[in-house]
Ligand binder design. Structure first.
Ligand SMILES: NC(=O)c1ccc[n+]([C@@H]2O[C@H](COP(=O)([O-])OP(=O)(O)OC[C@H]3O[C@@H](n4cnc5c(N)ncnc54)[C@H](OP(=O)(O)O)[C@@H]3O)[C@@H](O)[C@H]2O)c1
Length: 286
């Protein structure tokens, strides 16, 4: 087994490969945000199913550790690319890397994401623009870039991480609700267009999920005070999301409590949703 590290066309991007032959499938999954939380859980789940992996995030060391673990456990090929998806050049660089390495992307898990916490007006524009680049533009561009290969092979699976926030009353959480609503709508449109060509697209809409999300957002204390029944483990979210995309379901809200929230909020009058969002947001700054 060998590990190589080399520079790609994006200056902040480094790559390495840990490989042994795949055992049960010749298909490969590209997972963004695989260094933690839901993305790492997707990597574990798909490696156990025999998928080869291309793991992407900024923290190369974490990706390399995960790749080594999954290759040792499951004998799958695991390539690692350290890339910052805030960089508009990153999606093209990821696909150029895949092409150079002879990797065909059959599964795309568009998972990398985070949420800002402070007010919209008080946040510098470059930070807001970076959120849009990471969770709107890069997500959309990666979908577009993997399609030619998927269409040529007549098979593809795409999961885009939306959120229960896309169904919940809008909270004062910067751009997050709007961004995840876009991902929900865009994924359904893509699914309608692509399903006849053998490509399923699912918007995965988790509620509170144990990961590093609230550490990055700076809301760990408030999040820890929320009742346990609101929380899911990352591997539960992944199992339900993966089953949904394989069955061709365009939207997956994992977990019973989240399903109840999603289905009870939607029918409410818009003004009441606004009022509830304003009153109930646990992360609202006073
Ligand atoms: N946890 C929840 O409660 C929850 C609920 C609903 C939806 N979601 C969504 O689920 C997805 C995964 O979140 P999570 O809960 O697993 O959070 P997490 O544990 O914080 O993981 C986030 C992942 O995104 C990567 N990432 C962040 N910025 C990046 C960038 N600029 N370039 C490349 N990778 C980047 C991080 O890797 P590096 O830092 O190494 O780059 C990390 O691997 C997100 O889209 C999130 O919005 C989460």
């Amino acid at each position: 087994m060998s590990t190589t590290v080399s520079k790609t066309t994006v200056s902040k991007t480094t790559a390495s490969k840990i490989s042994t032959p795949s055992t049960t499938t010749h298909r490969t999954a590209l997972i963004t945000g695989a260094s933690a939380g839901i993305g790492a859980a997707f990597a574990r789940h798909l490696a156990a199913e025999g998928y080869a992996l291309l793991l992407v995030a900024r923290r190369a060391e974490r990706l390399q550790e995960l790749a080594a673990e999954l290759t040792a456990q499951h004998g799958v090929r695991c390539d690692v690319l350290a890339a910052d998806l805030n960089d508009p050049a990153a999606p093209a660089a990821i696909m150029a890397f895949a092409e150079r390495e002879g990797i065909a992307i059959d599964v795309l898990i568009n998972n990398a994401g985070l949420s800002g916490k402070s007010s919209f007006a008080g946040t510098p524009w470059p930070q807001l623009a970076a959120e849009i680049q990471l969770m709107v533009t890069a997500v959309t561009e990666l979908c577009h870039r993997v399609l030619p290969g998927m269409r040529a092979r007549g098979w593809g699976r795409i999961i885009n991480l939306s959120s229960l926030a896309a169904f919940s009353p809008p909270g004062a959480s910067l751009l997050y609700t709007g961004i995840k609503s876009y991902v929900l709508g865009m994924s359904q449109s893509l699914d309608m267009e692509l399903k006849p060509q053998g490509i399923h697209v699912t918007a995965l809409c988790p509620g509170f999920t144990r990961s590093e999300f609230h550490d990055t957002m700076g809301t760990r204390d408030a999040a820890d005070k929320l009742p346990g029944l609101l929380w899911q483990e990352a591997d539960e979210v992944v199992r339900e999301g993966w089953a949904a995309v394989m069955k061709g379901k365009p939207v997956c809200v994992p977990g019973l409590v989240n399903k109840l929230v999603a289905s009870s909020v939607r029918p409410l009058p818009v003004a009441l949703q606004y009022h509830l969002g304003n009153r109930l947001n646990p992360f609202k700054e006073s």
